[in-house]
Every structure is written in C-alpha cells, then in structure tokens.
Design a protein around this ligand. Structure first.
Ligand code: BES
Ligand code: MN
Ligand code: MN
Length: 455
C-alpha cells in the first residue's frame, strides 16, 4: 500500500485538473437539450477508463441516457466488487445565485465549486483514481472490480431495471459499493446503512374548459386552485402526520437500540437548522430530527402551478391547477403501494366541482443494510485507515433507486461509502467538493480494495 498511497499523494494536483475537465460537460439529465452532453459525458469517462487497463469498457445505451460499464477481472479466486455511481447532474437554476458559473469549475477555500463536483462526478472520480493508483504502481488491482456509472439517477433511474435485467450476468459481484452519499460531519468517516425511497406524482385539477371572468363566474363554479390548495392542506394533520389512509401501515418501527444510536450521534441541531435559513424546526410530532429525516416517511408538495403567474393582476377563475407531490419512504414501505394510496386519497378528497387526474412520475425503494455481515467491519477498517478516525454508521434521508434494486436482485450487501459533506449544496446553487476529503476518499477506496483482497 505504501507505493499506492504515495502515488495518490503525488497525483493530487493532476487528479483535480482531470476532474475539472469532466465537470465542464453540462450533463443535465432532466433537460432534453443536453442529450448530446450525456453522451459526451459518458465518452469522457470511457476514454479515461480505456487508459487504465480494464478488460472491458463499454457504453450501455438505454432509451434515455447511457450508462458506462468497465471491469477488471484479473484476480481469479479473489472477491469481486461492483462500484456504482452516476454521471448525470441536476439542473442549475437559479443561475444568478452561483458565485462562479456551474460548468466552469473553480477552486476556492480548498473546495471545487461547480455542478456535479460532489453529486456525483467527484465521487465517481474517486474510484477512477483509486483504480489508477494500483494500475500505475502494482500493475493491477488486488481484487476483481466492476464499475457501473448510470446517466439517469437524478431523474429516477427509469431505465435501470431494464439495463440490469439485460446485464444481470455482467453485474454479478460479491459486494457492492455505492459512491454517492455524504459523511455525517467533517472528518467523520461514515458508512450509510439506510436510504429512504421515493414516489413522485403529479395531481392535475381541471375545472372550466378555459379561464373564466371571475366577475361573471366567480361564486358560481369551483376554482381549481382553491380546490387543490384545500386538498393539499388535508394531506397532513396538526401533528405533522400524513393523513393518507394506510400510509404508515408498512413502516418498520425503530428499535430502542436504533433510537439510542441515533440519539448518541454528535448532531448539531441548531447548526443544521441555521444552514437551512428556516426560522424553526418542523415535522412529525414525537420523533427527533434525525429520526424524522432518516427513518420516518414524509409527503411534500414540490411545486404548484395554475392561473395567472405573470406580472400584475388578472381576474379569472383558472381552468386548471397542478401540484407535484413526492413521498420519501422508509423500510418496509413500497413505492407502488404508496403511490396507489396517495392517488386514491387525492381523488377521494377532491370536491365535486373539479376533475382530478393523477400522473405517476417515478419511484424507488428504501434500503436498510444488513450490518451484521462481516464486510461492514472490513469497510469500517478501510475508511478509518484513510481518515484516522473511527467510522460511524448513519442513514440518509435521500434516495438512490439502484441500491435496493441491486440488493434485491443479487442478495449481496451494499456498502454506501460516501465522501460528501452535509452542507455541500448538492442540487442547489454553489455545489462544492471538499478537496481534502476527495483526496482522502481516493485513499479510502484504495484501502477498501486492499482490505477486501484478504476476505
Ligand atoms: N446522491 C443523491 C442521494 C443522496 C441524497 C445521498 C442525500 C445523500 C444525501 C442522489 O443523487 C439523489 O439526489 N437522489 C435523488 C433520487 C431521486 C431523483 C429518485 C433524491 O434523493 O432526490
Ligand atoms: Mn447522487
Ligand atoms: Mn442527486
């Protein structure tokens, strides 16, 4: 490992420059205008991997954006690790709030600033560099390794199921490692052992066949925006609980031990709140903040539209209104079940004067890691060696659809070894990557490969 670690140190500046190159490609998966950029983005990674002695480097097309696959199967008898990440990024609006342009990566305060620097290009690049550190010193990896980097994570991984069915054999491995989460806090190596799932839908409320004069018609027919607002308000009770019938039926209760472990984490609740800019905490009554964001399901309105949104006033009864609604799910809820329940309830509480249509968008299942499996101790050891600190277990409130899919399909344990920071501005203006963490991340990945070679 001495040579490997020395190589990582020596390559520090070059690695950062290389990552900047990749970040410059605006691979926004939700925006059809960037379709060619996702191809370019995948090609960039392919070209890089082709210089690193892989036995296979392939672009896997989908009806949406392509994934990249590579494999290093040079160690017969040794375990195989499947590493996952995504190369697509989130949109950048509001552009005016960025201190430097999102696709012109800038280095300030020991950080790289730009869209995708930490979610998830930087975290994929960490593994690329760890692979390179072995290839350039020892000549080959100490284990067998496969890499899958998808291009549609930020839009719900809709074509991942098909891809994984087509390539079931290619993706076989003993362990899975996901490089797409954040650490609990600065300098605290953290293995994420739980993710929430997601369901996303639109509710369309239709009234008159076109906008009406609110003087001539107001008071005579129902206003779709008024109706939708009332429906949304009915989705929570005064204790912050979701009122959809059966919503909590499959929720796995937290054990007293799990609650204690969460309560014992050094969580700075005041600092966390300050980071949001909100005047107070809120949420389901009876649960601590970490419990609410990691282990309790939620329902949120993400967007709402309808009627006159332009300048000044306009007196109308709008023809329609629409809301985008998502739920974060916890074990053992299922996205299909919750989507049905939320859709049915919205239809049930719709007042008679409007028509309601539900348009499902996407879903993903929650994950809970089998932490009694010995590989978690091995991963902890690797992570701690790089950071010089004990590794903790945590959960995340976010979702990565791939994780449950691969876990269910293969039955193999999934390590979520992430190198983000809690205040990294993922999905927001001024996303940044802590460069020291990135550097230690490369070492963590290298230590992980090394530790796994003795399993
Ligand atoms: N990297 C995140 C997942 C994540 C979120 C990890 C928060 C750690 C903390 C991932 O790219 C993401 O944003 N996922 C989406 C999934 C959705 C579009 C299906 C999410 O959670 O909203
Ligand atoms: Mn991500
Ligand atoms: Mn993301």
């Amino acid at each position: 490992m001495k040579d490997v670690l020395a190589w990582i140190d020596g390559a520090r500046e070059k690695s950062v420059e290389e990552l900047k190159e990749w970040v410059r490609i605006p691979a926004i998966s939700s925006d059809a205008r960037h379709k060619a950029d996702l191809e370019k983005n995948a090609d960039w990674l392919i070209a890089k991997l082709k210089t690193l002695g892989a036995d296979r480097v392939e672009k896997w097309p989908t009806i949406g954006h392509p994934a990249v696959f590579a494999s290093y199967m040079h160690q017969p008898g040794k375990p195989t690790l499947l590493v996952y990440g995504h190369h697509d990024v989130q949109p950048v609006e509001p552009l005016a709030e960025w201190k430097s342009p999102p696709f012109e990566p800038d280095i300030r305060e020991g950080r790289m600033w730009g869209r995708g620097v930490v979610d998830d290009k930087g975290q994929v690049h960490i593994h690329v560099k760890a692979i390179e550190s072995f290839i350039k010193t020892v000549g080959k990896l100490p284990i067998n390794l496969k890499l899958i980097v998808e291009g549609e994570e930020e839009i719900g991984s809709a074509n991942l199921d098909t891809l994984m069915r087509e390539h079931a054999k290619d993706l076989e491995a003993d362990y899975v490692c996901v490089s797409d989460t954040a650490m609990f806090g600065r300098g605290i190596p953290s293995l994420c052992v739980g993710l929430r799932g997601l369901v996303y839908l639109e509710v369309h409320v239709d009234g008159p066949h076109q906008d009406l004069h609110s003087g001539s018609f107001g008071g005579g027919v129902l206003n779709p925006i008024n109706a939708l607002a009332k429906m949304i308000a009915k989705l929570h009770d005064d204790d912050g609980r979701v009122t959809v019938p059966g919503f909590y039926d499959q929720v796995l209760p937290l054990t007293p031990t799990e609650r204690k472990e969460m309560a014992d984490l050094p969580f700075d609740e005041k600092g966390w709140l300050a980071q949001t800019g909100c005047p107070a905490l809120a949420g389901e009554k009876g649960w601590a903040t970490l419990e609410r964001i990691w282990a309790r399901p939620t329902l949120d309105c993400n967007g709402i539209s309808g009627g006159h949104e332009g300048e000044g006033s306009k007196t109308i009864i709008p023809a329609r209104a629409m809301a985008k609604i998502s739920c974060r799910l916890v074990p053992n809820q299922s996205s299909h079940d919750i989507q049905e329940k939320v859709g049915a309830y919205l239809k049930q509480i719709a007042p008679p004067g409007v028509r309601v249509r539900i348009v499902p968008l996407h879903g993903g299942e929650p994950y809970l890691a089998p932490t009694d499996h010995p590989v978690f101790e091995v991963a902890k050891r690797a992570f701690s060696k790089a950071f010089g600190q004990p590794t903790i277990f945590m959960r995340e409130g976010g979702s990565i659809p791939f994780v449950r899919t691969i876990a269910d399909r293969t039955g193999k344990p999934c390590l979520l070894m992430g190198f983000g920071q809690p205040d990294e501005n993922a999905h927001a203006p001024n996303e940044w990557l802590d460069l020291e963490n990135y550097h230690l991340g490369i070492k963590s990945a290298a230590y992980l490969y090394d530790e796994l070679s003795r399993m």
